[in-house]
Design a protein around this ligand. Structure first.
Ligand code: RB5
Length: 144
């Protein structure tokens, strides 16, 4: 199960992603919005909760730029949210950062690219090893 959410700026892209990836067998827990104006931190918080304790493996957040969503999501302890804009960094944020939430901007990229990035994110595993040590250091920062 994939947690997904958007604000009003990301609504059309979210619908398209659910349709394209749903056709490939992915299942989504959709935390809104449904197109109405809303505040992206509220949606980011719900999706992050679903990733941490709601049985969802990953989260996808979409706003106008993806930036607001990523800032908000990264405030939640245990969340490693990455703003994904290209194939390389999307792949490496899974391999090296073990990102558990991806954020994208509906006003900065097309839906075709967003769907491709989402598939890369959802199918790439964490490499572990030396990268785990760095994630442990990030966890220490969370304790400050
Ligand atoms: C909403 O207008 C816009 O500010 C929001 O979608 C997002 O881009 C914020 O980072």
């Amino acid at each position: 199960m994939i947690a997904i959410g958007c604000d009003h700026a990301g609504y059309e892209m979210k619908k398209e992603l659910i349709s394209v990836l749903g056709a490939k067998g992915y299942e989504f827990k959709d935390s809104g919005c449904d197109g109405e104006k809303c505040d992206y931190p509220d949606i980011a918080e719900k999706v992050c909760e679903d990733v941490l304790s709601g049985g969802c493996e990953y989260g996808i957040l979409i706003c106008g730029t993806g930036i607001g969503m990523s800032i908000a999501a990264n405030k939640v302890k245990g969340i490693r949210a990455a703003l994904c804009t290209d194939c390389f960094s999307t792949k490496y944020t899974r391999l090296h950062n073990n990102a558990n939430v991806m954020c994208m901007g509906a006003r900065t990229m097309g839906t075709g690219l967003a769907a491709e990035l989402a598939e890369i994110f959802l199918t790439t595993g964490f490499e572990g090893g030396r990268h785990q040590r760095r994630l442990d250091l990030i966890e220490k920062i969370e304790e400050c």
